[in-house]
Design a protein around this ligand. Structure first.
Ligand code: NAD
Ligand code: DAU
Length: 355
């Protein structure tokens, strides 16, 4: 089995590459443009493995993608490459439309030609797995039930609208051209190797350095958290055993307010590495101007993937968060160069205002 993974140098893509190569013995062809969010150091655990290979390539070039497909002959594509940060999409939406919409279109066109050239078992085996987000379902009121696979799409941000568009393209290419696709929509991931502009690594590293911990609005927005290694296992399951044309919601059954997450990080860090002055890190929490159009809540019903494919999250948030914080403490060589550039915790573009 050989899988072409796009975005394999990113947070989730690198976890997928590590899982496929190291745990499952699957050959991986990683195709990544290496944007600001990429880090080849996240692939050190597999980079010397003969099962792993890398092409630096923009997915928005369908001819180049088709050439890679023809030469590498993958059995499946797992398409993760995307612009992924909501705040960046608010400050500069163009690249989100380019990468997430046009890039997915380009991947689908390359896959359509490649698949049409396959014969026999290779053609039957081929799958195009599109990796998407729970944000396509939009703003979930606090008192409403969870997102299921049939919840209507209602994206709120330029990011989620671009991902919703890409999901529609994938379904249309299946319906019209018959390409064997599967989709998955996942909740918020956390874990090692996450770029420190996202809430959990940003707050962890700011707390470590005694800097303010920016909480948007009142901190009462709710997210459903899943460890990235559990997500990688779910993705491998969907790619290999998902039913053609189906989508699968993936989540951690773990809803937390943002304030609760930030407080948990403070308490875990205080226990693992007390501040020299002995003060609690909760003192660093700083309520700042809210994200425009901030969705109140996301919450996933993952009973379909559990019942049909037998996947289930393996760790609790408390265990996973403590492990993640331990990982950041032990891997300063991974995050220090990124932090030193400019990502020290301000909202991008407009900057945060303390409230
Ligand atoms: P990330 O930002 O960490 O990584 C994205 C990767 O895509 C990077 O390596 C980047 O270089 C690559 N990339 C971007 N544009 C490219 C292009 N034009 N051509 C080739 N490569 C390109 O993202 P992530 O958090 O790992 O998310 C991966 C996927 O999972 C995305 O599709 C995202 O929408 C989806 N997702 C993320 C989460 C989450 O919590 N992070 C949750 C659900 C779904
Ligand atoms: O739900 C899945 C999505 O989760 C993915 O599709 C996205 O790619 C991923 O980035 C993530 O989106 P969020 O916007 O939920 O993640 P982020 O880490 O940016 O923010 C989590 C919550 O914390 C959100 O409600 C905004 C808030 N927040 C974020 C930052 C960066 C803060 O309060 N302060 C911050 O500094």
């Amino acid at each position: 089995m050989k899988i072409l993974v796009t975005g394999g140098a990113g947070f989730i893509g690198s976890a997928v590459c590590r899982h496929l190569v190291k745990d499952l013995g699957t050959a991986v062809v990683n195709v990544d443009k290496l944007t600001y969010a990429a880090n080849l150091d996240s692939l050190k655990p597999v980079s010397e493995n003969p099962l792993y290979s890398f092409h630096r390539q923009d997915i928005c070039d369908p001819e180049a993608i088709l050439a890679i497909m023809r030469s590498e002959k993958p059995d499946a594509v797992m398409h993760l490459a995307a612009e992924s940060h909501v705040d960046r999409s608010i400050d500069g939406p163009a690249i989100f439309i380019e990468t997430n919409v046009m890039g997915t279109y380009s991947m689908l066109e390359a896959a359509r030609t490649y698949w049409s050239e396959l014969e026999g078992p290779a053609r039957d085996r081929f799958r195009f797995h599109h990796i998407s987000t729970d944000e396509v379902y939009g703003d979930l009121p606090f008192d409403e039930s969870l997102f299921t696979e049939t919840t209507p799409y209602a994206p709120s941000s330029p990011y989620s609208a671009s991902k919703a568009s890409s999901d529609h393209l994938v379904r249309a290419w299946n319906h019209t051209y018959g390409i064997p696709v599967v989709l998955s929509n996942c909740s918020n991931n956390y874990g090692p190797y996450q770029f420190p502009e996202k809430l959990i690594p940003l707050v962890t590293l700011n707390a470590l350095e005694g800097k303010p911990l920016p909480v948007y609005g009142k901190g009462d927005n709710v997210r459903d958290w899943l460890h990235v290694e559990d997500h990688a296992k779910a993705l491998a399951t969907v790619a290999t055993r998902g039913e053609i044309g189906h989508s699968y919601n993936v989540g951690g059954r773990c809803e937390r307010t943002n304030l609760a997450v930030v407080e948990a990080i403070c308490d875990i860090l205080d226990a693992q590495l007390p501040r020299p002055d002995g003060l609690p890190r909760r003192n660093l929490i700083s309520f700042v101007t809210d994200r425009p159009g901030h969705d109140r809540r996301y919450a996933i019903d993952c009973s379909k993937i559990e019942a049909e494919l037998g996947w289930t999250p393996s760790r609790t948030f408390e265990e996973g968060l403590a492990d993640t914080i331990r990982w950041y403490l032990a891997n300063e060589d991974w995050w220090r160069p990124i932090r030193d550039k400019n990502y020290a915790g301000q909202r991008l573009g407009t900057g945060s205002t303390k409230t």
